[in-house]
Design a protein around this ligand. Sequence first.
Ligand code: B3K
Ligand code: ZN
Length: 875
Amino acid sequence: PQTIYRKDYTPPTYLVDTVELGFDLDPDRTIVASRLAMVRNPDSVGEGIELHGVNLQLVTLRMNGKTLHPGDYDISGDMLRIPSAPDEVTLEIETLTAPVKNTTLNGLYVSNGNFFTQCEAEGFRSITYFPDRPDVMAKFTVMLRADKKKYPVLLSNGNLIDEGDLGDGRHYAKWEDPFKKPSYLFALVAARLVCQEETFRLKDGRDALLQVWVEDGNLDKTDYAMQSLKNSIRWDEERFGLELDLDRFMIVAVSDFNMGAMENKGLNIFNTKFVLANPRVATDVDYAGIEAVVGHEYFHNWTGNRVTCRDWFQLSLKEGLTVFRDQEFSADMIGTDSGRAVTRIEQVRTLRQAQFPEDAGPMAHPVRPDSFVEINNFYTVTVYEKGAEVVRMYQTLLGREGFRKGMDLYFERHDEQAVECDDFRAAMADANNRDLAQFERWYSQAGTPVVTASGRYDAGAGAFALTLTQSCPPTPGQPDKLPFHIPVAVGLLGASGKDMHLTLDGAKAGTTAILELTEPSQTFRFTGIKEEPTPSILRDFSAPVVLEYPYTDEQLLHLFSHDSDPVNRWEAGQRLAMERLLKMTAAVGSGNKLALDDTFIDAMRKILVDASLDAAFRENALLLPSESMVAEQMDMVNPQAIHLARQAMRHTIGTSLRKELLAQYEANQTPGEYSPDAVSAGKRGLKNLALAYLSAAPDDDINMLAQRQFDRAGNMTDRVAALVSLIHSAAPGAADALERFYAEFDNEALVVDKWFAIQAAAPGTDVAAVRELMKHPAFTLKNPNRARSLIFNFCNGNPAQFHAPDGSGYAFWAEQVKALDALNPQVASRLARSMDRWRRYAPALQTQMKGALQKVSGSGKLSNDVNEVVSKALT
Ligand code: B3K
Ligand code: ZN
């Protein structure tokens, strides 16, 4: 496999003005006719026309009306070259494909008898020959022809300009997209579907037609997606002054889909998981996911579609920015400061849980990677979530208004262009007259920076000096790092717990100062400080870094009780918990008694019963760091010891706080009609966390409580929480509840996914049990959601079982990676990532993990996707 480098970028030799596509859709034999109006690119020094194509059967190729014959062109690998061509050409290309045989869910494929496409990043080249690169932007017209009975609905990008019957049982629809776009944003759907639709008045007075398309029988699950779409449109108008530029906007749900959703211009295609919801089948988390993903894809219409990426190394230009936008959207939809803080806490958790490990492992790469083998492997938490943090830092440094000015300038300069991350940075800098040159390192250097802080209080001078020192560990190909430009938000708490008013270098700085750390080490002097403060550093998680400060327990307890910054308040609790989890894990390893101090329990109790705090905040504050988060803190990981320690801690909390947990369980019931709003969801979250703690120390009463909740729950959130509690505590009713759950929902694919997922992650589920579950008639590897629900949730979500000392989990992993790879490389390669951190495990496990990696890597016919992941892991 070939490595592609960012430094090798060259402009396309030819540009495409217009594309006319004709599809004669047939599952076994689809004919694609394409007519391209092309012109030589004045910015290119290259010769000839270059078109990408994969697995295509070429029927005819004509240039300016003349048929070309082998010899006039050359096909090698994924490229068709016409070595000599005039400056202006019309190419007519006819190709054949067999969508029904396409199990990769990339390009044109069939799902449940319907046609769908997925073209990002490089799927268009398996539909027709084309310069399939994002810097070639063209106007598309699309003619779809198909059997009318089987495929009554024919959709593509933009506006419907004609439709009718063809007489032979077939019909057609013609679509025109008024905007130039790269091929990765092309989409078509030919299907038997139904829709919920609505006209929506845009800010400028135009009416737009909004549609949500689903399979028959699912129309009772489209309201929330539609509502989220309308909220997204409004929000982008108000927050960024960006309007919908089309007369029609469609969302289509498909059950076989590799990722969450895709932002094809005017025709977003979604995994059903992020469209379908009603209280009976969807949890609070599902609702929040739908709002976020509908928002995300809609926001791409400007950040991604109107302004797109020059090349795929720039992916974070659209993804980091769009994740930031969807995060802000979700936060604004809650509307309160405390609600916003909870969304921020959840973002921090994701980052630590998934991105920090990636940044410290064999696949570590900068937000703007320098090279890749398979671009699909780079749709990562680094490009997305760390990318969003980088965008957030502009806002932290420039303020909301400054950020908005930067966005306005970005669109003013680059509308309908394909640009680079540097162009975005330049817009931010120029709109605000700021030098952001050093900020570039956030794009070019991989690894999580470590900021070490130390404070010195000088009572005589009434001054507090905070010294911040930064470093960044080496990552593959980057042994040495230069200092980053890091915004560090700092507050100082007095003994009363109140924020001090800050004076920094003689200037008033409010109660939270944004320190800009640009040197390897800097000292910041706060004056007018009358008592020794407790510093609250990195408020609101102002930069994606690891903060080290020698906090004492007393200081952490002080912050946990008083910090006005909810993120740092939560963080103090996480630090207290993590310290104890690590100690207890060590104690398991050395056979010592597992003790948890009363101080910690008391701190948890105080938060639990503090009714002045939002339930959602309390839930987050009481949630212990996950087992994998603990693993990340250890030099030599022993997954079983971590599991035992964490279980012991949960058990102690369950017993010591039993009375308070029961009281909160009752106090946070949400009777009446279900609503997914943040306040209600927060109450359910706290109530169900209380149930989970109680079930960690179960007795008959607690089991009955869980059983009663399972039997009476009026919504899926409570249903699932009760089921999980029953299973995790091995309650007498657990097996029966599982069976009933399946029987009730066997027609709801997304709920069956939950049924598999719950079992996959249950502490009692070992490899043998997973293998049994794979024999269930409802299990299939071909559907990504189903494969993820069982296999991924076991390999990534059940560490104590996955890392069984006999290596059976690893053998299972190797088998499944290979089986999936034969069907769907993109999904297989995600599973391959489960082994990223193998070098950190205890030696006996390490050897077996390495063996499993070698087994996959040596097994011959591997996709580029999986090959890149396993070979980097073994390097
Ligand atoms: N842009 C798509 C992701 C495409 C992934 C291709 N392997 C979804 C999104 O980020 O909105
Ligand atoms: Zn995206």
